[in-house]
Structure formats: structure tokens, C-alpha cells
Design a protein around this ligand. Structure first.
Ligand code: 5GP
Length: 221
């Protein structure tokens, strides 16, 4: 016999959240931080391709790089737009990074977590610290923060030079910033010491799986 029609939210929730007929779980907010050039973008792209996460698209005042798409990679805001959203209290966190403003809108994060979706959010160390101190316990409990540690600064310099999207002056600035950020790894629940993209992805997958089985995330029906 076919089951009675469920309300639409149940259908959506079952996609992400219902584990079996006895258990469901809350969404997880995977926060990933790494100095530029640590291989995070490639890792994040690989994770996005799995389709297992809702990717949190940040807002930024920096200009799009070649190939970046508004609404997919970032929402590219003018400084005026950014400040309007900021004054309206719409950012869960925001920070100035490399001379530009970056921020995460609150509403899409809360809405996705409430549906039980797992989110992936790529933010700098300042943003991660703001989220850890967030006044909303629902968000604090959802956070799993992961730091991607580059093998060393020379390798980072090599990767940034190969990427070719920054001037040598900008590369030096990013390396100075990277050295500062690398000191903050202890603040994160997990640290992945970066090797190849495949190895990093594998390590990240172990974290995801373990976090999904945490007893405290389960809800008995
Ligand atoms: P990029 O401009 O190279 O894409 O990113 C520069 C830095 O900004 C990266 O460290 C990235 O993680 C960080 N970032 C991207 N989006 C956000 C955001 O919404 N908030 C914060 N705090 N940092 C962000």
C-alpha cells in the first residue's frame, strides 16, 4: 500500500536528515579555513561536486577573478551594498581580508541547518572565530571547524606563484598573512596537514563521516 502524501517539508527533510524510521539528525556546519594557496579551493570544489552539502556562498567586495560566477563562487557586492547588509544585521559574520570585505549571510545558513542540511563554508580565521563565539547555541552546536595546514611556506609560495592570480607584492602579503593564520590551528577542532588534493579529500571525508555519527547529533523519532 502506498504511504499517504507527506507535507513538502517532510520530503525535503528526508533528503538530508532522516536516517531511518527511528532517527534523524541536525545539519552540520562544516567550516573550512586555510591560508591562500593551501589547496582549499580545489578541496572545496571536490566536496561541492559530491552534492552532499549546501555550499554557503559568501558576499565579497573584491572583483571576480577570471571564471568566477556571481552567485556561485561569491555574491559580488559593491562596498555600499555590503555596508547596507551589514547595517541591517544580515551577516552572521564578516571580516576584512586582504583589503576587501567578506561576509556570510545569516538567513540561508539558519534555514539550511533547520532543514537538517549539511553546510560547507569557506571562511578565514577571523570569520571562524566569530562563528565559534556566535550567540546562537543552535549554530555553535552545528559547527565543525577544520583548518587546512599547508606543508610549509615555501610550498605555499610555489602554489601561489603557479596560480598566477596575484602580483608578487600580493603574494608576499598573502604569505605574511598565511604565517599568522598558521599559528591558529589549535583553535580548530580538526587540522588537516595538506598533501595532495586526493589525500586531503580523503582526510576530510573521515572527519565528515565521524561527525555524522556523533550520538549527540541524533534525534530519536
Ligand atoms: P579569496 O578572495 O582568495 O577567494 O578569499 C580570501 C579569503 O577570504 C579566504 O581565506 C577565504 O576563506 C576568506 N573568505 C571567503 N569568504 C568569506 C566570508 O564570508 N567570511 C570570511 N570571514 N572570510 C571569507
Amino acid at each position: 500500500m502506498s504511504s499517504p502524501a507527506k507535507p513538502s517539508w517532510r520530503k525535503f527533510a528526508s533528503k538530508f536528515r532522516i536516517l531511518n524510521k527511528h532517527f534523524s539528525r541536525n545539519g552540520i556546519l562544516f567550516v573550512i579555513s586555510a591560508p591562500s594557496g593551501a589547496g582549499k579551493t580545489t578541496l572545496v570544489e571536490a566536496l561541492r561536486k559530491t552534492g552532499e552539502f549546501v555550499y554557503s556562498v559568501s558576499c565579497t567586495t573584491r572583483l571576480p577573478r577570471a571564471g568566477e560566477i556571481d552567485g556561485k563562487d561569491y555574491r559580488f557586492f559593491t562596498e555600499k551594498d555590503f555596508l547596507t547588509h551589514l547595517e541591517a544585521g544580515q551577516f552572521l559574520e564578516h571580516a576584512a581580508v586582504h583589503g576587501h570585505l567578506y561576509g556570510t549571510l545569516r538567513q540561508p545558513i539558519v534555514a539550511s541547518l533547520q532543514k537538517g542540511a549539511d553546510l560547507l563554508i569557506d571562511i578565514d580565521t577571523q570569520g571562524a572565530a566569530t562563528l565559534r563565539d556566535c550567540d546562537d547555541p543552535f549554530i555553535r552546536q552545528a559547527i565543525v571547524d577544520v583548518f587546512i595546514m599547508p606543508p610549509d611556506l615555501e610550498e605555499l609560495r610555489r602554489r601561489l606563484t603557479k596560480r598566477g592570480t596575484e602580483t608578487s607584492e600580493q603574494i608576499e602579503g598573502r604569505l605574511r598573512q598565511a604565517a599568522q593564520e598558521m599559528k591558529l590551528w589549535r583553535d580548530y577542532r580538526y587540522t588537516v596537514i595538506s598533501e595532495s588534493v586526493e589525500a586531503d579529500l580523503q582526510k576530510f571525508r573521515h572527519i565528515i563521516e565521524a561527525e555524522r555519527y556523533l550520538s549527540r547529533r541524533l534525534i530519536e523519532q
